[in-house]
Design a protein around this ligand. Sequence first.
Ligand SMILES: C[S@@+](CC[C@H](N)C(=O)[O-])C[C@H]1O[C@@H](n2cnc3c(N)ncnc32)[C@H](O)[C@@H]1O
Ligand code: SF4
Length: 262
Amino acid sequence: MAYTVFHDFSVHPCPRVVRIEPSSLCNLRCIHCPTGSNQDIKRGNMLDCVFDKIIEEINAYNAVDVVVLYHGGEPFLNKNIFKMINMLRSMGIRFIKIVTNGVLIKDETLLMIIKSGLNNIEFSLDGLSPEENNQIRKRGNYYQVASTIKKLLSMKTDLRAITPDIYIVNTQIPTEADIKKRVKISTPKYILNDFSNFKGKIGFKNTYMLKWPGFDCFDKYKLVEGLMDKKFTTLQLLQSCCSNYYYQVERRCCSLLLRYHQ
Ligand SMILES: C[S@@+](CC[C@H](N)C(=O)[O-])C[C@H]1O[C@@H](n2cnc3c(N)ncnc32)[C@H](O)[C@@H]1O
Ligand code: SF4
């Protein structure tokens, strides 16, 4: 019998995007982040056996094509991070991404990043000036991280490496006026100027700070509450999944994540 399919309502047997938390520990104390502001969060590095279990599940379903290596903490605090990337790479995951504060990345780590097969690395640098970055990213230092990014960019060029794509992700505190006038966010001049020699070799992403549910320890600035009310389709929710470092599945963040990574 002939029939017409108007919509494809099929759903993957397993989320297409999996987010894994190598560590929920952090070396910084960012004022906008639940991890940095000492919220009551379980802390630790993901154990090998937990990572192996996740890998086993990903392999069994054979439907995952994006793995994002961060959630609450700093992924480079897990000493097995390159082993994790290597394993994901050898499984044939199409897109592997990491987001880092960049502080722990030493010169000797740069080559490992380039050779690792990571598709994308994002460095978080916040606010509208180096000074504001350091006020938001407490214990962090704009110039130290910017210097590391520049070294990575130069090394990637020298080696003619194709990956990873390198981004700066900048989170800004909106003013009342920004919110009222719905000002479109843009990359701050201090970052564009500092990286003007690397045009076309680095990308920039910007976002206003979100007010996480239950987050009440930071009231100096008004964070954007409304952004948390974005609507997601059921399919989007079903296509993403997040495991924290002790194998507890979290969903909400992943739905936000899909907006950025699909
Ligand atoms: C939670 S951190 C984990 C990775 C790493 N430690 C880092 O700072 O990049 C990932 C990203 O979440 C962002 N983030 C944390 N709290 C936020 C908030 N309230 N609103 C928007 N972005 C936030 C950080 O600025 C960072 O870019
Ligand atoms: S470095 Fe990342 S995880 Fe750590 S406190 Fe800052 S935003 Fe949170």
